[in-house]
Design a protein around this ligand. Structure first.
Ligand SMILES: Nc1ncnc2c1ncn2[C@@H]1O[C@H](COP(=O)(O)OP(=O)(O)OP(=O)(O)O)[C@@H](O)[C@H]1O
Length: 633
């Protein structure tokens, strides 16, 4: 037995409702195709006549060959009177053409729309080709209405991703197209049989007062009654459990499981006719369609679990607040505050120069919080191209934009549900995305790109920056309202030169962890060597100290690292500092720094890894600087 609550929760978190919509859409394509085969069309002339008579459009066949048939459709029913939509959308007509041509040729054909009026073309055009599945698998001439046959057909089509992608590109317009098709379906009367009657599933249309305005033959036969006994009666009078009110109020489909008679059904109710009516569909739970849907859901669920586990595993490697090496007075004062803050869900803004430990502290806050068993997801805003921010944070629906993954993408906020998202270098977020992020911080909800429904997720945001956000606000580069939202808790990590007394403890910790990690005999520093470290001013902060200590641990010949070895290593680091690297930046110094970076890059043939090495900075810092100084590489 299917657990409908689980289905609902999964569809809500993963947005798989839309994946089920993909299949739903397949069903409609197939239904139209099924209808096309039943028109008993035997020639192309008859096809042209019938399509015109049904009001589907004016057909012109421009090519008939062994491999394909090209059909133009003028005055297309779906898009003929539409404005430019930017996508081809006439899957309903494609289905009818595919079905009709299949019955003319006596072989299974499929139609793909290659031109569309909604794309700005003068007319719609369909390429009709033999379907790529084995003919023996499906006998479309067999006038078998059963759900299994249709669902099997859907399964094969759903597996054909390019087809699915083509037909699901514009999810926004799907309902509209469907509305029109159904509206029309109610009007068209073909030998006293409506299109609804030709549909194999159990379907009914309910108006906004809860009155059943149409029920198809299959449904009324299942209820062992005639359509006239049902139509024009209220769902309450009929004893139907319907959620039409919720559907119409919220504009979202409802799905649930129900036993009717002896059979179990999945019931879908979705808004149609511009939100004035509801289409009710009953699908038996033992149908292939439902099984397929569950397969898809469990695949997505497994995928989600995999990424969640990965994220949780990463966060469990994290140092906790108590394990952080902090021995200076200024940092010791920060720790109790951090612990208090960790227990809340408040947004935190960590500020400090590069290498002062912002990322490490963000992870420690997460580990101390009640979210510790949920993902910690770090987004380095300096590495995301401007156009991809929204997709990265909020995700997108299948086919939301050209070049998008055909299955859509779960955004990092959704992935982190229950956990923490760390936005490193928040100042890099483009203004447009800042607005959407602000809304998320205020309402905890967002829409994926291309989605019509809103998602709610429970995520804590920790942000970090070493930029002067206040200056960015006055330059119009950072939103003031977002700044206030982020700045609820502000933790400032002082540069290492202002907490030099921490160096001995930091060095001990770094040395011990590193020697263990790489399997070196544990080493120590000569006292004079340590003093040298304390006398240096560490413009690259703890990261610079960490790199230097690790280099010494590897290069030192002795179990005790000598003063001379330290001095030599510091000289190397200083050389880079004299070159202007790692200095806190002022306008004047920035100029020197840019020149020096350019010089080193040129010397290294623009190889970023070796240039970063020479400069004594991470590759990421080098990328950041290249970006900041607009150096062309
Ligand atoms: N208190 C600490 N104890 C031990 N190691 C630390 C501490 N603080 C920072 N580090 C180490 O210093 C390095 C730099 O820290 P981190 O990446 O957190 O800095 P950051 O401020 O986020 O830098 P950036 O702004 O460049 O991203 C890391 O490898 C981290 O492990």
């Amino acid at each position: 037995m299917i657990n409908i609550e689980k289905l609902k929760s999964i569809t809500t978190t993963l947005g798989t409702r839309n994946n089920s919509k993909v299949l739903e859409e397949e069903i409609y394509y197939n239904t139209a195709k099924n209808f096309g085969t039943r028109l008993n069309i035997t020639s192309f002339d008859m096809l042209t006549e019938k399509m015109s008579e049904l009001g589907i459009g004016q057909v012109r066949i421009t090519l008939i060959s062994d491999s394909k048939i090209i059909v133009q459709l003028h005055e297309c029913f779906t898009c003929g009177e539409m404005e430019y939509r930017g996508e081809s959308i006439c899957y309903f007509e494609g289905g009818i053409l595919a079905g009709a041509i299949s019955s003319i040729l006596g072989r299974n054909m499929d139609a793909v729309e290659t031109n569309c009026h909604a794309l700005g073309d003068n007319y719609c055009e369909f390429k009709v080709t033999p379907e790529k599945i084995q003919e023996t698998d499906l006998d479309i001439n067999k006038k078998d209405d059963n759900m299994v046959n249709l669902a099997l057909h859907s399964l094969r089509l759903a597996k054909n991703y390019s087809r699915v992608e083509h037909k699901t590109k514009e999810f926004h317009y799907k309902n509209q197209r469907l509305n029109q098709a159904l509206k029309r379906a109610l009007e068209i009367n073909n030998s006293n049989k409506t299109i609804l009657d030709n549909m194999p599933n159990f379907l009914a249309m309910i108006d906004n007062n809860g009155v059943v305005i149409k029920i198809n033959k299959q449904y009324s036969e299942f209820l062992k009654t005639s359509s006239s006994e049902i139509e024009n009666k209220n769902v309450n009078t009929l004893g139907w459990k319907s959620k039409y009110k919720d559907v119409l109020n919220n504009g979202n489909s409802e799905i649930w499981q129900e036993q009717i008679g002896k059979e179990e059904f999945i019931i879908f109710e979705s808004p149609v006719t511009e939100g004035n009516g509801v289409l009710r569909q009953l699908i038996p739970t033992d149908s292939e369609f439902v099984k397929l849907m569950f397969d898809k859901i469990s695949f997505l669920e497994r995928e989600m679990k995999y990424y969640k586990n990965k994220a949780v595993a990463k966060s469990s490697e994290t140092t906790s607040i108590d394990d952080l090496s902090v021995s200076s007075q200024s940092m010791k004062e920060v720790i109790p505050y951090m612990k208090k803050v960790s227990k809340t869900d408040a947004t935190v803004l960590l500020r400090g120069e590069s290498g002062t430990g912002k990322t490490m502290f963000a992870k420690a806050i997460h580990k101390e919080s009640h979210r510790k068993n949920s993902p910690f997801i770090c987004i380095d805003c300096t590495t995301i191209p401007e156009n991809f921010f929204e997709a990265e944070l909020f995700g997108y629906e299948p086919g939301a934009f050209t070049g998008a993954n055909k299955n859509g993408k779960i955004g990092k906020l959704e992935l982190a549900h229950g956990g923490t998202v760390f936005l490193d270098e928040i100042g890099e977020i483009p203004l447009e995305t800042q607005a959407k992020l602000l809304r998320f911080l205020q309402e905890k909800e967002f829409e994926r790109i291309g989605a019509i429904s809103t998602k709610k997720v429970d995520v804590r945001i920790i942000a970090a920056t070493n930029q002067d956000l206040e200056v960015m606000i006055s330059n119009g580069k950072f939103r003031k309202d977002l700044y206030y939202r982020l700045n609820v808790i502000n933790i400032n990590l002082p540069p290492l030169r202002e907490r030099l007394e921490e160096i001995p403890a930091l060095v001990d910790k770094i040395l011990l962890d590193f020697c263990k990690e790489v399997g070196l005999n544990i080493k120590e520093f000569q006292e004079q060597g340590l003093k040298e470290l304390i006398h240096y001013h560490w413009p690259g902060n703890i990261r610079e100290l960490e790199n230097l200590v690790k280099r010494l641990a590897i290069n030192s010949e002795h179990s005790t690292i000598t003063k001379e070895e330290v001095v030599k290593e510091i000289q190397k680091t200083k050389k880079n500092v004299n070159l202007g690297i790692n200095n806190p930046v002022t306008d004047l110094k920035e100029l020197t720094e840019k020149d020096q970076i350019l010089k080193v890059l040129e010397e290294h043939n623009f190889n970023k890894t070796s240039a970063a090495d020479e400069l004594g900075i991470t590759r990421q810092t080098l990328y950041n600087k290249i970006k900041r100084y607009e150096i062309e590489c």
